[in-house]
Design a protein around this ligand. Structure first.
Ligand SMILES: Cc1cc2nc3c(=O)[nH]c(=O)nc-3n(C[C@H](O)[C@H](O)[C@H](O)COP(=O)(O)OP(=O)(O)OC[C@H]3O[C@@H](n4cnc5c(N)ncnc54)[C@H](O)[C@@H]3O)c2cc1C
Length: 320
């Protein structure tokens, strides 16, 4: 029987959207899921997880877990997997799952696949779609049936189904022993208050076409009007116009929002590797031959400094 544990991601005291995507998909597919959540003051989130289909919520809630720590979080997840007798563990794509998921597979002698963009389950057989070579090819990766299967699924791969919280069946885990070989001393947030790229259903990304920091601010009202997250190409980040955590692409964040605006972005293969899974792509570029138009659903050939104010007006009209 398939039994899945979903590893919960929390940000600013809330369950992150990609976790709810995983729970929604599992419930919709008729499989059983438990959830494991580690951190400080996280127990109160269990009912939300239960509402989205988590059978049992394993909770490691302790002040020693207030800052992310690989050994401590790994200990909690491994204990939950053992207790629930799960044969699959699903992580959503994030900086922490990049480290935790392969470490869990190694610790529990499981099989691992990261950055899945599609999942097929037929009985015990699990096959995932895994992009490779900057998304030039999609590999079908089949897990062996025996043993633990650990996968990381790109955020935005599934939709979140609406659900009301309900009383959870909670199993509390002991605070894992801290390993002082590596200790997280402090977490410094680069852009407090802004929507994280991984949580956003709409992303507006800018490229070198914005010309400089003034161009970044020129486009920001569109980001605000849409309630979107603000992303950038590597060229923009390397120029110091936007922080590193906004970079989308092969060496940045991989995203798949409902709507992705690419403004003044040429569409280099390394950028497209990070956003081509978006459900709807809208590009604005003055060069009709810009490669971004090859994957855009809607393309506007024009000067972004003329087009963006028009878009802002239209968005405001629709919203009012
Ligand atoms: C190993 C490696 C890894 C990389 N990883 C990444 C990555 O993760 N993410 C990433 O983004 N890049 C990455 N790159 C860089 C990538 O190759 C490109 O250089 C980069 O994506 C280009 O960014 P850009 O589109 O902002 O700039 P450009 O390629 O310079 O494009 C600017 C675009 O703006 C348009 N434009 C100019 N003025 C206007 C205007 N007024 N109105 C409308 N359009 C205008 C131009 O027509 C042009 O198409 C990587 C490169 C390497 C080698």
């Amino acid at each position: 029987m398939v039994k899945i544990v979903v590893v919960v991601e929390v940000k600013a005291g809330e369950v992150r959207k990609p976790t709810l995507e995983l729970l929604s998909h599992i419930r919709k597919s008729g499989f059983e899921a438990d959830a494991v959540i580690a951190g400080e003051n996280v127990k109160g989130l269990a009912d939300r997880l239960a509402g989205h289909g988590a059978g049992t919520v394993y909770v490691a809630d302790d002040s020693s877990l207030s800052l992310f720590s690989v050994p401590a979080y790994l200990g909690a997840i491994a204990e939950a997997v053992e207790k629930s007798q799960a044969n699959q563990v699903w992580f959503s794509g994030s900086e922490s799952s990049k480290v935790l998921a392969p470490a869990l597979a190694a610790r529990m002698d499981g099989a691992y696949c990261g950055d899945a963009i599609g999942v097929e389950m037929e009985g015990e057989t699990l096959t995932v779609d895994h992009p490779a070579m900057a998304t030039k090819v999609i590999q079908k990766v089949r897990f062996r049936n025996e043993g633990l299967k650990v996968l990381v699924i790109r955020s935005g791969t599934f939709d979140v189904e609406p659900a009301e919280p309900k009383p959870a069946h909670v199993v509390e885990l002991a605070a894992p022993a801290l390993d002082d070989r590596v200790v997280t001393k402090e977490v410094i947030q680069e852009s407090a208050g802004e929507i994280d790229l991984g949580d956003a259903s709409t992303i507006v990304s800018v490229g070198r076409g914005v010309k400089g920091p003034e161009g970044i601010e020129f486009v920001r009202p569109l980001v605000d009007a849409l309630g979107a997250a603000y992303g950038a190409t590597r060229a923009v980040v390397d120029s110091g116009w936007m922080p590193h955590n906004t970079q989308v692409g092969q060496t940045g964040r991989v995203v798949a929002p409902d709507v992705y605006f690419a403004i003044g972005v040429s569409g280099a293969i390394q950028h497209m590797a990070g956003m081509s899974g978006s459900k709807l792509i809208i590009a604005v570029n003055k060069d009709p031959d810009a490669p971004i138009f090859s994957i855009a659903d809607y393309g506007i050939v024009g000067d972004l400094f003329k087009v963006v104010p028009l878009l802002i007006d239209e968005v405001k009209k629709v919203k009012s």
